[in-house]
Design a protein around this ligand. Structure first.
Ligand code: TXA
Ligand code: MG
Length: 383
């Protein structure tokens, strides 16, 4: 059928079919893998089924959901009759769907229940590339509304085990598809403005550089739509106020232990103070006196310039979680939330995360880290 991949194991298909019955006959929510993070899905076109998602996650009702479809045909069927796609969308859909890209479309009020869009005039839609996700949607023959499968505010789950640790008692079905490839949520874009430009509301799995490249390749010189990143290239009063802007209004991506961002630099920026790894440890020991022994989670690139200087301190119990190398932001993206959740489970008192450059997946990585981190500090690196 449309979008159903062939599975080698009959057990996989049987599991998908039984999850699908749970969705379509019992109108329940199920957890399923996508290439970005695990999702908590329910029938998107049924308001009462979608209401279960909000209840299970403790999600504020004014935060809209992404609708997941298994094919371009299913996507088009959700749009208002006679609607013409913006020309940039045709290019983006051709190149990135299926994949970790979510696009805003005008909402057809007859087709899309109000609860999905939280009263917004737009609806966010994506085509996941994960074979289990697409099969579940195709077998159910219905779009699925799905946020990340975590309690509101927590890091998104990238393994079935993360879901069990968080929502375990609250969901009836969890489809385990192994660790997610991308590890961060989809890039959310709005290309509905008159100017034809693409506004990135949430950086995510598709790097901005890739979107720009594909647009340059497919538009005549001088007519290439711009890619504008929210808060970097544009600031919209409405967006600042509106609950729809991903990650703005609500606390996001935070483990239950404090997170601190370590910005590494060989010379402190003008007006800022940089400290040595030793200064940092001393200040942590002073502020966390009740934690003995002090347990520190440390997330650094595999080729970190500061990790060695820190873990030398033997009064502290170190829990090191190694990310990708500095040249591999995709690996760091894949491991970031697992790092948060693994260290939280290990019972650390604080998590220190070393900054990465904002190139490619790095933009989304730093977006999530900055939201999780209460504070940042500059750490001197050896010159
Ligand atoms: O990768 C992903 O996108 C994952 C997987 C499960 O597909 N889903 C996900 O959903 O991250 P969620 O609900 O955790 O994040 C969706 C974000 C929210 O921040 C929401 O505000 C935004 O998308 N969003 C949804 N509909 C919107 C709309 N109509 N306008 C603006 N933002 C919207
Ligand atoms: Mg989420």
């Amino acid at each position: 059928a449309d979008g159903v991949p062939l599975f080698k194991s009959p057990e996989t298909l049987a599991a998908i079919q039984s999850a699908s019955r749970y969705l379509t006959e019992d109108l329940q929510a199920v957890v399923f893998p996508t290439e970005t993070v695990y999702g908590l899905g329910a029938l998107a076109l049924d308001a009462s089924a979608s209401a279960r998602i909000f209840a299970t996650k403790g999600r504020p009702p004014d935060n809209p959901l992404i609708v997941h479809v298994s094919s371009q045909q299913m996507l088009l069927s959700l749009l208002p009759a006679g609607y013409t796609l913006p020309s940039a969308y045709r290019v983006l859909i051709d190149h990135f769907c299926p994949g970790p890209l979510t696009l805003l479309f005008p909402r057809d009020p007859i087709k899309i229940p109000n609860i999905i869009t939280a009263g917004q005039p737009t609806v966010a839609i994506r085509i996941p590339s994960h074979p289990v996700a697409r099969a579940l949607i195709a077998v159910s023959n219905s779009p699925l509304a799905a946020p990340s499968a975590n309690s509101s505010g927590k890091p998104s789950p990238t393994r079935a085990q993360h879901v069990l640790g968080d929502l375990g008692g609250k969901v009836g079905v969890v489809l385990d598809g192994g660790p997610c490839d991308v590890g961060l949520e989809s890039t959310v874009v709005d290309g509905l403005h008159e100017d034809g430009n693409i506004r990135v509301l949430r950086p995510g799995g598709v790097p901005i550089e890739d979107i720009e490249r594909v647009l340059i390749q497919n538009f005549d010189q001088g007519k290439v739509p711009k890619v504008l990143v929210h808060r970097r290239d544009f600031l919209d009063e409405d967006i600042e106020r509106a609950p729809t802007t991903p990650g703005m209004k609500y606390r996001h991506y935070s483990p239950s232990v404090p997170v601190k961002l370590l910005r590494t630099i060989s010379k402190p920026p003008h007006g800022e103070e940089a400290i040595t790894p030793l200064d940092l440890l001393n200040s942590l020991k002073r502020s966390l006196t009740s934690c003995t022994p002090l347990k520190i989670g440390l997330m650094t690139p595999s080729d970190s310039s500061i990790a060695q200087g820190l873990v030398n301190d033997t009064e502290v119990q170190w829990y090191q979680y190694v990310l990708g190398s500095l040249a591999e932001p995709a690996v760091t993206a894949q491991r970031l939330f697992d790092g948060f959740l693994t260290l939280e489970k290990a019972g650390v008192d604080i998590i220190l995360v070393e900054e990465v450059s904002e190139d490619r997946e790095g933009l989304a990585i730093m977006n999530r880290v900055k939201k999780a981190a209460g504070e940042a500090c500059w750490i001197m690196t050896p010159v």
